[in-house]
Design a protein around this ligand. Sequence first.
Ligand SMILES: Cc1ncc(COP(=O)(O)O)c(C=O)c1O
Length: 482
Amino acid sequence: MGKDSQIHSLNISNKDLIGHLETSPESRQKLQQAILGYAEDFLNNLKTDKAYQYNRYEKEEQDSFFDIDEAKYPVAEILPFIAERVDKPGINPASGGHLGYIPGGGIYESALGDYLAAVSNRYAGVFYASPGAVRMENALIHWTGKLMGYTGNFGGNLTSGGSIANLIAISTAREAKNIKGKDLESTVIYTSQQTHHSLQKAIKLCGLGECVLRIIALDDDYRIIPEKLNAQIQKDKAEGLQPFLVIANAGSTDVGAVDPLNEIASIAQAHQVWLHVDAAYGGFFQLTAEGKKVLTGIEKADSVILDPHKGLFLPYGSGIVLIKDIAHLAAANSYEANYMQDTKMHQDEMSPAELSPELSKHFRGMRMWLPLKLHGVAPFKACLEEKMELAKYFYSKIKVMGFEVGPEPVLSTVIFRYLPKNTDANEFNAAIVKAIHQDGRIFISSTTLNGQFYMRVAVLSFRTHQREIDLLLEIIKEQVFK
Ligand SMILES: Cc1ncc(COP(=O)(O)O)c(C=O)c1O
């Protein structure tokens, strides 16, 4: 009697609203029709839609439809808003005309992979919770590691992108080399002017900001000069400093430079320094015969990162970190938590949660696995080969048009500028970029090297073909020689 009287009687208000979050087959079908219809229109219009559009809306004009309130709205009202306010202004990363920064495109099958992953909501953090999801992610890491030439007991993690992959790699290097707070001021990190800024962030976030940072000189092709690196390490050692980490590029964002990885790896090995290779952009060119030659030595790195949302053409949200010895990755991310005890009982394979800072995570393996399974690897290779060819084609054409060019592309990036007779070259080239943006059919970005403004083209969207390159050449011709 006493016990019964303590049972809580349910007092649920708004009972009619509770069922709203669960959909019926009919309502799902209606919603799917509307959303898939929208996606179809988006994809079918890509060829004619602009690659870049200025935002027509001033901040004060932003209407309140972005804000969340108590009201509900029909999908027929929501989709036009997304079209106008989200999918139009700014860069269109799905467009084949996107040749700025490092594009990728975003293959459709990945979107469907994300859909499946989200519908099932599989928990890919620990093996026990979803052995299939973890096996799938481990299989992708295994495939990518083998592609890089890794053998033995390597490991890795599927991340949200290259920045987080770099962060995981640097924290692993710090733990593996046992760098403590008291050591920081005598610990040396070697980078170059071409190092991506996400590594500056990673160094800071890993508490390594007080280390000595050496910026190693580059050759005319923006590649680290191995002899300079070696000499600097020797000098630092002689002065009682502790060389810790070398960061090399396998495709720099700026100019697409690939450092001489083989020579750098030998130097790092000889001095027992951790070698990290940022292959966010260049890594998947390893699928091509020519890329393999360019990336020789990558297999010797202690850690490598890649971005499938670049070289595998996935939508944004996909990076990979690989660590040559999985034990270092596990040590850097080890934890104990009583409430996780069940997860240790069924463990055929290591889980992402043991190898990364994340616990609950997006099941991001599906968006990479599904397209690779549906297409096989061959079309990815073919597309990457085409991008290298297109970059060479653009380089030769723009040179003939009288532009000053940077290094011949070893991957798919070209920098170039026009040297006008009577005006400032930096101002002139900046104005050309602005005009290209105003035109909007093709999007390119720019950079500054040694004080000189360069236009840059990075060919990596699977939707970029000769048509887009010829169109860009035409637009440049119109703008420069008008
Ligand atoms: C060479 C390089 N490293 C790292 C990154 C950072 O990757 P993400 O933008 O995926 O975080 C990028 C791209 O932005 C890059 O080009």
